[in-house]
Each structure stands twice: as structure tokens, then as C-alpha cells.
Ligand binder design. Structure first.
Ligand SMILES: Cc1cc2nc3c(=O)[nH]c(=O)nc-3n(C[C@H](O)[C@H](O)[C@H](O)COP(=O)(O)OP(=O)(O)OC[C@H]3O[C@@H](n4cnc5c(N)ncnc54)[C@H](O)[C@@H]3O)c2cc1C
Length: 307
């Protein structure tokens, strides 16, 4: 029965005693979950539910969910020989407080703490944040800056996908039917790297970003070891700013000037006007954030590992 709890009757407020029907599968083991999903690839996976439940039409009949919340082995944070492995079901609260993340991946600790408010952070998972595939997801730019990869699992086996190739369109990913996101792998950052994260929104908490930037920077002009910038809310997907990185590493003496930064960003970003902001505002904020990320090299010619 794959941990099938059976059809439930749920009674959303305002719909009367009849309610609407839904099916809720709650496997305990990963093998069970994968077998069930292979048989029924249309099942809606649900982790913390903070996106799924908001998006669901409470009046529609026949929702079928596969809850990952009770599946053993999908949660937790561990150090590996090459970095940090984070189970897809690990919550923002766990990530934001975890000593390994706070020490090795401070930008991810910061983005987890900036995701919604405390009640959301207690339920929202890292896997759900990137599988929901919003271009505004707060943790996505950080995973891009850190050069993360993800493990997608199915009954047929597992595959490893670099996160920079994971989002293939607006709110779409390369996940195939029958696959569950199992783990997010984040490589060790170079020693002395600057880890940067900044979310610009209407407020500091409970606001979707107008622009989000994460950066991992190590070395310096003429000797860069690592220049990676991940952005949120500036294109149809979270993006890794490759033209910006090439402009910075290609400038051997000092840093590119603001005009060159803006020109490079113009090639990376596809900003648009929408309900939260304008394309022009986003472009200007993006340049300012890049300047802020690079500030230690502007002001001191050195680096600052803390942010
Ligand atoms: C009030 C409020 C405020 C919010 N604020 C923010 C914010 O500031 N920043 C931000 O980035 N987000 C925000 N969100 C969005 C949401 O909380 C996050 O995206 C969250 O991380 C989603 O995680 P979840 O576990 O709740 O995902 P769910 O809602 O359970 O799932 C989201 C999607 O991912 C899929 N999925 C989940 N887990 C897996 C898996 N392991 N494998 C395959 N598919 C999977 C689901 O099928 C679904 O499509 C907010 C939401 C609310 C309601």
C-alpha cells in the first residue's frame, strides 16, 4: 500500500459539509516513495507545503498528494569530503541555525533566515524552495554562487545535475516525472573567500525580493580564484551572471568601472517591469549590489571573509 493513508475528506471553510475529496500518500521510506511515484507520476509532491498549499484551489476535487515529510533520510546536514550535503527536506530554520552552514556557507544561512518569516521558515524546505522554481526564490542565487549541484532520485536510479543547469525556463526545471529531489551538494568555498548575500525587497521580512544577489569571491584583481554571482528576480529564472564574472576576471588591473559593470549586467539580466518593481530600478539596484559585494577590493585592495 506504499504507506497509503487513503482518501481523505477535507472540509475547507465555506464549502459546506460535503467538502472536497483528496488523496494523501505518506510513505515512510524513500524506496516506497519512489515506487509510488513511478506508478503515479502525476502525484503532487509536498514537503513543507508553503508553496503547494497557497497555490492549491481549495474547491477543486481530486487533489492527489505524495507527502515527503515522513520519508526517512531526506532531511539533515552533513559535511562530506568535498563540501556540505543538505537533505532536500531540511527546513530554513534548520539551515539558518546549523553550525556547519553558519561556518562554511554563511550566505546560505543568511538567505534561509531571509526566507519568509519564522512560521514559514519552520516549514519551508530548501528542496521546496528550488523545486518551486520561482525566479525570486531567496536561496537560489546562493546555490548558484556556491556552485551547488543537486541529486534527483527515481525508481530507476539517481542523477547528479549542476544547479546552474537546473532551471530551464520560467518556473520549470529539468526534473523528470517520477523524480524526487533528494539532496543539495555545496562544494567547499576557497579559504578567505567573501560570502555575500543581500535581498532587496519592500521590507526586510515577509517580502518577495525585487533583486537578490549572492556572491562568492576569492583572490583579487589580476589573481581571481573565484568570481561567482547568482541573482534572483532579474530574469525568468534565477541566474548565474557569467558576463559579469568574465568582465571582472578580464580586468587585470583593478576593478571594472560602473559603466563596464552595467554593460556586463545588461548581457546577463533580463529585467522586466512587474507588480513588485520596474526593470530600470532592478538594473540600478543590481549594479549597486555588485559594487557592495566588491567593496573590500575597492576600498582596501584586500578581501573580507565575513559579510
Ligand atoms: C507567507 C509566505 C512567505 C514566503 N516568503 C518567501 C520568501 O521570502 N522567500 C522565498 O524564497 N520564498 C518564500 N515563500 C515561498 C515558500 O515558503 C518557499 O519557496 C519554500 O521554501 C517552499 O518549500 P516547501 O517545503 O514549503 O515546498 P512545498 O510547498 O511543499 O513544495 C514546493 C514545490 O516543490 C515541489 N517539491 C517539494 N519538495 C520536493 C522534492 N524533494 N522533490 C521534488 N519536488 C519537490 C512540490 O511538488 C512543489 O511543486 C513564502 C511563502 C509564503 C506562504
Amino acid at each position: 500500500m506504499h504507506g497509503l493513508r487513503g482518501d481523505l475528506r477535507c472540509h475547507p471553510r465555506g464549502l459546506g459539509a460535503g467538502g472536497v475529496s483528496m488523496s494523501w500518500y505518506a510513505p515512510r521510506h524513500l524506496d516506497e516513495a519512489l515506487a509510488l511515484l513511478a506508478e503515479r507520476p502525476h502525484l503532487m509532491l509536498i514537503a513543507g507545503g508553503t508553496d503547494v498549499m497557497v497555490g492549491r484551489d481549495p474547491r477543486a476535487e481530486g487533489h492527489e498528494y505524495l507527502s515527503l515529510g515522513g520519508v526517512a533520510g531526506l532531511r539533515g546536514i552533513r559535511e562530506t569530503s568535498t563540501g556540505v550535503a543538505i537533505g532536500a527536506l531540511t527546513t530554513m530554520t534548520e539551515i539558518g541555525r546549523h553550525p556547519i552552514v553558519c561556518r562554511a556557507l554563511p550566505a546560505l544561512a543568511a538567505s534561509a533566515r531571509a526566507t519568509g518569516a519564522v512560521a514559514i521558515q519552520n516549514r519551508a524546505t530548501l528542496g521546496g524552495n528550488i523545486m518551486n522554481a520561482s525566479p525570486a526564490a531567496d536561496n537560489a542565487p546562493v546555490l548558484l554562487a556556491y556552485g551547488a549541484s543537486v541529486i534527483l532520485m527515481s525508481a530507476a536510479g539517481s542523477r547528479h545535475v549542476p544547479y546552474e543547469r537546473f532551471h530551464d525556463g520560467y518556473k520549470t526545471t529539468v526534473r523528470r516525472p517520477g523524480e524526487i529531489l533528494g539532496e543539495i551538494l555545496v562544494p567547499c568555498a576557497p579559504p578567505q573567500a567573501r560570502h555575500y548575500f543581500r535581498k532587496v525587497g519592500t521590507r526586510r521580512a515577509q517580502a518577495i525580493s525585487k533583486v537578490g544577489l549572492a556572491a562568492l569571491l576569492a583572490g583579487g584583481p589580476g589573481a581571481w580564484q573565484c568570481v561567482r554571482f547568482g541573482f534572483a528576480s532579474v530574469a525568468a529564472t534565477p541566474i548565474l551572471a557569467r558576463a559579469l564574472a568574465a568582465t571582472i576576471t578580464g580586468t587585470v588591473c583593478g576593478l571594472p568601472d560602473d559603466e563596464d559593470l552595467a554593460e556586463a549586467l545588461g548581457r546577463d539580466l533580463a529585467t522586466r517591469d512587474d507588480i513588485r518593481s520596474t526593470a530600470e530600478y532592478r538594473r540600478r539596484v543590481a549594479v549597486n549590489l555588485v559594487r557592495e559585494a566588491l567593496a573590500p577590493w575597492r576600498h582596501q585592495g584586500g578581501f573580507d571573509a565575513s559579510d
